[in-house]
Design a protein around this ligand. Sequence first.
Ligand SMILES: Cc1cc2nc3c(=O)[nH]c(=O)nc-3n(C[C@H](O)[C@H](O)[C@H](O)COP(=O)(O)O)c2cc1C
Length: 444
Amino acid sequence: MNRLTTHFAPGEPAWVELCTARPDQAEAFFRDLMGWTVRREQLGQGSYRICEADGHDVAGIIDAALLHSGRRHGWITYFAVDEMESAISRAISLGATVLLEPRHLPAAGTGATIVDPHGAVLGLYEAGARAGVETLNSIGSLCWNEISTGDPAGTAAFYGALFGFTTDQLRSTMGQPYSVLKLEGRPVAGLLALESSWPNEIPARWVPYFNVAALDDSIEQVVNLGGASVLGPVSSPNGPLHVVHDSEENPLYLIELESSLRTPRPHRLVRQDSMAEPRTTPLFDSREFRDACGQFPTGVTAVTAVTADGRLAALTVNSFTSVSLDPPQVLFCLATSSSSFSVLEVAQRISVHILREDQEDLARRFATSGLSGEAKLEGVEWASGPDGVPIIENTAATLVGHPGQLITSGDHVIILVDVDEVHHKPSQLTALGFHRGRFLIPGS
Ligand SMILES: Cc1cc2nc3c(=O)[nH]c(=O)nc-3n(C[C@H](O)[C@H](O)[C@H](O)COP(=O)(O)O)c2cc1C
């Protein structure tokens, strides 16, 4: 059976849901404010509303009467878990209480709602048919989740023990101490310390951030729609932001996102069955297969990538192809045995450079195994692009983007890249080619 597994690592915020006493009003408010379209799915006696931005699921709206005996909880952040029962037991042993026992929705997965020891309501989500939000960081979608708490040390300790978060201390742009919660060096959520002499008297709270195209216009709309501007605009390293209340006084952040807070890993699904044994034994050996494929002449690209914690990869790739014009997407295939794999599988940004006829040396250097990405880039002329991804100078063309789906197949993984930047200068020089195991200059 094809089992699709999500690439939201356990502990990553995977979904957000507005638990409201007035779902119709909430739907109208967010449709107008965020430009969401809302579809309904049957849930028991009622319906669950799924909000879409540009055709991607970004959030849910639930009637508090349906699941929470009418008690509205505002925005609930759901965290991905591998195995619900053990996650719940761990949370309880750390002082959490269960608000809503795990419930399985065949169209989605298994969700549960708990309260942390400091009073913050949160969800746990074991992915089934759906991984969670289908896009991160794009306009109208979730880009960050933050807990505000009067007991930052206790809160960090609870989530550290529950999900394995490590904590990086920063100073908040709002003057309050701020920490970034990380999973394997990747920022996944924030922790804002509330000024409070009675820490546990003020319940902690998870608040989502949504990206908007024009912050000032959105704030005006919030007010026109019956919400309120609470604090802002505040300039943050990731763009100007504003704390607002929706029409039911649920807090949320709107941000005009300039650089990603979180590595976008939406709908990066891996087909696990494709790792299965081949159905038949081929009547040729791998050398013959390689030689046959080598009859196909290709261009040559140099791929560079950066992770959220600044690790670099660089390698030569000729399995490049364009996939989609709208939205612009390309792909390449990467051997899972490649030492670049550990960087590319969690890359924040990827650049694909179509090499010029005078860049054979670079192609050879980038194909040297046993060298780190950083070492391959030494002596190569490159500049730092978005999120620090290396952009090599003087290529035939360069495509910069975010990694999309990763699909494992046999001993390779197909990496899709959603391209958002293109560099292309007209030149007399042609592109570098590769045919029958040799570099060549097409036409010569
Ligand atoms: C012309 C050429 C094309 C290549 N294309 C690919 C490719 O499409 N996918 C891949 O995984 N490796 C490809 N390689 C091999 C990688 O460049 C090489 O394995 C890698 O750079 C070795 O370093 P690594 O272990 O850091 O990946 C190609 C090599 C050459 C010379």
